[in-house]
Every structure is written in structure tokens, then in C-alpha cells.
Write a protein that binds this ligand. Structure first.
Ligand code: SAH
Length: 370
């Protein structure tokens, strides 16, 4: 399978409709931009604070900037690049799923959920997903393109604005639509901004990138010096089973991807989590549990079990609570750090593996040809 990656329709992805998309710039780039407008360098921090802390949506709100500066920005720049097209709220747990329409008509989904005092933003990195994981609804839609760093940050800022008074409780997980490491440069830029921007400054406990397992890029990410945790979607305890469940990425063996995860853990100083979707009868036998436990023990990984969420078409069976407990009992002697991810928003298809914009009647349009 040929996977096209790291491409954008425009060679300067921060230019939209002839204007500079401010959230599409790195913080250093924002500094250069304000200087190019003839402004003093300290304006960059003022503007960054409006973009990422107070989440302004109009230049007129930037009241500590001189009027001519606001006017110049209005003529040459934009703050956000998309509009909210729909929102759904779960009747079960209040989880909110948003559909955003990008400037070219494509759409992506993001989810805002609460676990006790914590708030989690689950964000997308691509329009659709080029991978073909059998259990994941996103793979059923068409892959269109990567998001720009600015679009990823617009998603995050939109969600932040929805809970601005509680911004100190926010965690961000790159577990929405797409494979983040296939949109590597935008991911790195976006994580850099949420690590450093005034009003965010989120550390590695608060930011998690989840990957289907691209070993070279996992190692590159480790070397970036970012503050972020890594989760690896293992999902199968043997290469043969992984080939069935996640064909597109199974050219990398479990040995290679766990070696890369070990490299990440050593370099960043944080344990990597192995995610494991429980697909009844596929990867849930006692043997599977023991094999998974041994893999986790070898790399001193944490394990996060994810009960399968059927999409609209289903395709697999969900393990019941007894089955989950039995699986954990087999696992525990090998790997004491096991958690179960209790999915949120099942009634609005907001849970892991259920994001798929067409399900909201949304559009995905082909990239413009240049
Ligand atoms: N492409 C990335 C991130 C998106 S998927 C990755 O593969 O990690 C985020 C998590 O949801 C992954 O661990 C994935 O295995 C899991 N997932 C996908 N489909 C699921 C489903 N139907 N039920 C439960 N979890 C699912």
C-alpha cells in the first residue's frame, strides 16, 4: 500500500486565501512575522497570548495592540481557519463531538470529554486516514489530506474556548482521525506550540501522541526534544495477527516497533503505553494475554486495554466485563501496569475508532490541484 504523507496543497501551508494563518506559524515564525510588519518583537508574545491563552477570534479583541497594528493584521492575517459545522452532545456522559469544516470544504472531527476532574481533547491529525486497520471506522472513509499545524491548533483552541475557565485541567491526545506520524512535520510543530505557548505550556503528562507504529518516525519524535508521551497501538500479540488486523503497518514487526518504543522511553524518560483493542475471539485468549504481558515486561511498557467500540458497520465483537477481567488476570503476573479505557460518548459515535466525518453527513472533498 502506497501511503502519501507530509504533503500539503500549498507550499506555504500557513497561507490561506492570500492571508497568513497565524496559528500556522511556529512561535519563532510568529516573531519573524511581526518584525516583518515593522512591529517590535515583544508584540509576538502579546499576539501569542491572544491566540493561545485568551483564544481571541477577532483582531478587535486584541486591545493591548495599537489600532494600526490591529488594522494591519486584519488586512494581512487570519486567526482561525475553519468553522464549526456541527456538534453532538452525549446524553450518557456529556461528551461533545465537533465537526469542523476546513477552508477547502473538507471536514474533521474532534472530541471533548471529561473524566472526573480531567478534561481530554481528542484531536485529529488528518482528514480521514490512509491506514486500513480493520476495526477502525475512520479507515472506512476516504483519506483526503494532512491537516496543517495551524488547523490542528485551531481544533485545540476551539475546544479550549469551550472550557476556558478550566483550561488547567486539559489533556490533549492525538487519537482522533488519522495517523499523526504520517503528518510528522505538522504534528511536531503543533506539539511544540502547545508545549511553549503562553496559556498552554503543557508538559509530557498532558500531551499524548498515539501511533499505529512507524518505527523510524517514533525514533525521530523521541529526538525532537518535545514534551509529549507516546502510545503505541499494538493491538495484536503476534506479527501474524497484526498483519490481519492492521495490514498497512504490519510490514514493521512487533520487534521493530517495540524496540522503537523502548528508544522513545529511554530518550524522553517516560514509559510508553501499549494500546490493545480487545476484539473478542481475535486477540483475547489466555495465550494472547500472556504474550502481550511478555511483550510489555520486556520493554517495561504500560498496557491500556480498549474494549472494542463497534462502528456503524460493526465487524467484530466486544468482550464482556467477565472476559475483560479474565484477560487482565492472565496479564497481571507479567505486567502489573494495566488500565482499561472506558470509552466516552458511545451514543454519538465519539469513542475510539468511531470518528468518521461522513457519518455526520459531512463532506470530504478532493484536494485542489495546483
Ligand atoms: N492512528 C493512531 C491514532 C488513532 S486511533 C493509532 O493507530 O494509534 C486511536 C486508538 O483507538 C488506537 O489505539 C486504536 O487502536 C484505537 N481504536 C481504533 N478503532 C477502535 C475501535 N473500534 N474500538 C476501540 N478502539 C479503537
Amino acid at each position: 500500500m502506497q501511503v502519501k504523507t507530509d504533503t500539503h496543497d500549498h507550499e506555504d501551508p500557513w497561507i490561506i486565501g492570500g492571508k497568513t494563518h497565524l496559528r500556522g506559524l511556529t512561535l519563532a515564525g510568529l516573531g519573524e512575522y511581526v518584525t516583518s510588519l515593522g512591529e517590535p518583537p515583544y508584540r509576538a508574545r502579546q499576539i501569542a497570548s491572544w491566540l493561545y491563552d485568551k483564544i481571541a477570534d477577532d483582531f478587535s479583541q486584541m486591545t493591548d495592540l495599537p489600532l494600526p497594528t490591529r488594522q494591519a493584521l486584519r488586512e494581512k492575517a487570519i486567526i482561525g481557519s475553519f468553522r464549526r459545522a456541527a456538534v453532538q452532545v452525549s446524553k450518557i456522559d456529556g461528551t461533545r463531538k465537533y465537526l469542523f469544516e476546513l477552508h477547502d470544504g473538507n471536514t474533521v472531527e474532534s472530541v471533548l470529554m471529561r473524566h472526573g476532574k480531567r478534561i481530554t481533547f481528542c484531536v485529529s491529525s488528518q482528514v480521514g486516514c490512509p491506514l486500513d486497520c480493520r476495526f477502525c471506522q475512520t479507515s472506512k472513509g476516504q483519506f483526503r489530506r494532512n491537516l496543517t499545524a495551524g488547523e490542528i491548533l485551531d481544533e485545540i483552541c476551539y475546544l479550549k474556548k469551550e472550557c476556558l475557565e478550566e483550561a488547567d485541567k486539559v489533556n490533549i491526545v492525538f487519537m482522533g482521525m488519522g495517523e499523526p506520524l504520517l503528518n510528522y512535520r505538522s504534528l511536531v510543530q503543533a506539539v511544540g506550540v502547545i508545549n511553549e505557548a503562553p496559556g498552554f505550556e503543557l508538559g509530557s503528562k498532558r500531551v499524548t501522541v498515539s501511533t499505529s507504529g512507524l518505527p523510524r518516525r517514533m525514533k525521530n519524535l523521541a529526538d525532537e526534544g518535545l514534551k509529549c508521551s507516546l502510545a503505541l497501538s499494538l493491538n495484536a500479540p503476534t506479527d501474524a495477527k497484526r498483519r490481519e488486523l492492521m495490514p498497512a503497518v504490519s510490514k514493521y514487526s512487533i520487534g521493530e516497533i517495540t524496540e522503537a518504543a523502548g528508544y522513545y522511553a529511554a530518550k524522553v524518560g517516560r514509559k510508553v503505553t501499549l494500546e490493545y483493542v480487545l476484539l473478542k475471539g481475535e486477540n483475547t485468549s489466555a495465550d494472547d494475554a500472556r504474550r502481550l504481558g511478555k511483550i510489555a515486561r520486556r520493554g517495561s511498557f504500560k498496557i491500556n486495554l480498549i474494549p472494542y467500540n463497534p462502528g456503524r458497520d460493526g465487524g467484530f465483537e466486544t468482550l464482556d466485563e467477565d472476559g475483560i477481567q479474565k484477560f487482565i488476570r492472565e496479564l497481571l503476573p507479567y505486567s502489573p501496569t494495566v488500565t482499561v479505557r472506558r470509552s466516552k460518548g458511545p451514543d454519538i459515535f465519539a469513542a475510539c475508532g468511531q470518528l468518521w466525518t461522513e457519518s455526520l453527513g459531512a463532506r470530504a472533498v478532493p484536494p485542489a490541484r495546483s
